[in-house]
Design a protein around this ligand. Structure first.
Ligand SMILES: *Cc1c(COP(=O)(O)O)cnc(C)c1O
Length: 365
C-alpha cells in the first residue's frame, strides 16, 4: 500500500478530466481563459471569499501576498513575521524571499499548530524588554495537517497589536477559513491539480488587485508596469482539472475523516498518541515513542508511511542562523511523528490493514 495513490485518487474523474483537457487543447487558449476565470469564481464562492487570484503554486501564493503588502506600504523589508516552528519550510521561505524576517513560534502540544500562548508570550516579552513589539508586523499561521489554528484568538492578538494576517491554507482545503489565505493545489493536497497550481483568497479588494498585477509582471495593462512584478499564473488545464475535482472535495474530505475516525477509535496503544479529530486530515499524524521501528514494521507489512517533517526548519542548513534556537514541541513532533496512509481512494480493507499493522507491532512483544 502506497502512502498516497494519486492515480486512484484521480481515477473517479478520469473521463471528465480527459475531456476537459481535450477541450482546452481544442480551444487554442491556454492562459487567462475561461477555465481560470471560472475556477477563481468557484473557489472564492466555496470559501465565501470576495476575491480569488489564481497563481502558479502555493509558495507563490504566499510570496505574492507579502510582496503586495510591501508594495502597498503595509510592511517593510526587515520587518518580522511570526511563523510556526512546525511547518513545511515553504511557509518560511516565502517570508525570507521578500526580505522579511521569519520569527518562529513553537507548536501547541495537542493540536501541533502554532501555540497561541507562545505567540502571546513572545509579544509580551518584547514589550517587557523594549516597551513595544519592535518590528513584528504580521502573523502567518499554518493550518498544518488539516487542523485549524485558533483563529479567533490569533485574530484578537493581531487586532490588538495591529498585525497583518496571512493564513497558509496549503493543507486545509475544505476547512472553514476567512481572511487572506494562500492555497496550494500541488497534486497531493486535498484539492490537487495534475501539476503545480496555487491561489489566494481574500475579502480585501485592493490587496487582490495588487496581487493580480504583481503576478503579471507588475502590470494591469499590457506594457504598462507599475511594480517590479513576477510571472505566476495558473494555466487553463490545471484550472479545468480543479473545477472538476472541486465538486467532489467535500465527499473526499468526509472519506478522509471517516478513515481518520476509524484510526482514532480503533488504534489504542500506550506507545501511540493519536491526533485530535477536528481536521480535514490532509495528513494523519500519530506520534509514537519508537517511530522508526513502527515505520519499519509497517513497511515489512507492505504499508508505506511518511514523516511530516523529519527535520524542522530551524534545523535546516538553509536557516543555519537559527542553530541555537530550541522549539521543544516542534522537535518532539519531528522525532516522533508518523503519517499513516489517509486518502479518499483507500478501501475499508486498506484501513483495516493499517489498523491491524499498527496494533500488531506491540502484540508481538
Ligand atoms: C505544499 C505546501 C506549501 C507549498 O505549496 P506548493 O504548491 O508546493 O508551492 C506551502 N505550505 C505548506 C504548509 C504546504 O504543505
Amino acid at each position: 500500500m502506497n502512502y498516497l495513490d494519486l492515480h486512484a485518487i484521480n481515477a473517479p474523474y478520469e473521463p471528465q478530466i480527459k475531456q476537459a483537457l481535450l477541450d482546452v487543447v481544442d480551444s487554442g487558449w491556454y492562459l487567462f481563459g475561461k477555465q481560470v476565470c471560472e475556477f477563481e469564481k468557484e473557489w472564492a464562492a466555496y470559501n465565501e471569499a470576495k476575491h480569488c487570484v489564481a497563481c502558479a503554486n502555493g509558495l507563490d501564493a504566499l510570496r505574492l501576498v507579502m510582496k503586495a503588502w510591501i508594495e502597498m506600504g503595509l510592511i517593510n523589508e526587515g520587518d518580522e513575521v511570526i511563523v510556526p516552528a512546525n511547518t513545511y519550510i515553504a511557509t518560511i521561505l516565502a517570508v525570507s524571499d521578500n526580505g522579511l524576517c521569519p520569527l518562529p513560534v513553537d507548536a501547541d502540544p495537542l493540536s501541533y499548530v502554532i501555540s497561541v500562548d507562545k505567540v502571546k508570550a513572545l509579544l509580551n516579552e518584547r514589550i517587557a524588554k523594549q516597551g513595544n513589539i519592535g518590528r513584528i508586523r504580521a502573523i502567518l499561521p499554518v493550518h498544518l495537517y488539516g487542523t485549524l489554528c485558533d483563529m479567533k484568538a490569533l485574530a484578537e492578538i493581531a487586532e490588538s497589536h495591529n498585525l497583518l494576517m496571512l493564513q497558509d491554507c496549503a493543507q486545509c482545503h475544505g476547512q472553514q477559513v476567512s481572511g487572506t489565505c494562500a492555497w496550494s493545489f500541488y497534486p497531493g493536497k486535498n484539492l490537487g491539480a495534475l501539476g503545480d497550481a496555487g491561489a489566494i483568497t481574500t475579502d480585501d479588494e485592493a490587496l487582490a488587485e495588487t496581487i493580480r498585477r504583481i503576478a503579471f509582471y507588475g502590470s494591469s495593462r499590457k506594457y504598462i508596469h507599475q511594480y517590479k512584478g513576477l510571472n505566476s499564473r495558473m494555466d487553463e488545464m490545471q484550472a479545468a482539472v480543479l473545477r472538476i475535482k472541486l465538486k467532489d472535495l467535500d465527499r473526499c474530505n468526509r472519506r478522509r475523516q471517516e478513515i481518520a475516525m476509524r484510526y482514532i477509535n480503533e488504534i489504542s496503544n500506550p506507545h501511540v498518541v493519536l491526533p485530535q479529530p477536528d481536521s480535514v486530515f490532509h495528513i494523519f499524524p500519530l506520534l509514537c515513542d519508537d517511530r522508526d521501528a513502527l515505520q519499519k514494521h509497517l513497511l515489512s507489512l507492505g504499508i508505506q508511511t511518511q514523516i511530516h517533517y523529519p527535520i524542522p526548519p530551524h534545523r535546516q542548513e538553509a536557516y543555519k542562523e537559527w542553530a541555537d534556537l530550541h522549539f521543544p514541541v516542534a522537535e518532539h513532533i519531528s522525532e516522533h511523528e508518523l503519517s499513516l496512509p489517509c486518502h479518499p481512494a483507500m478501501s475499508d480493507e486498506d484501513v483495516q490493514t493499517v489498523i491491524e499493522g499498527v496494533m500488531g507491532m506491540w502484540n508481538e512483544e
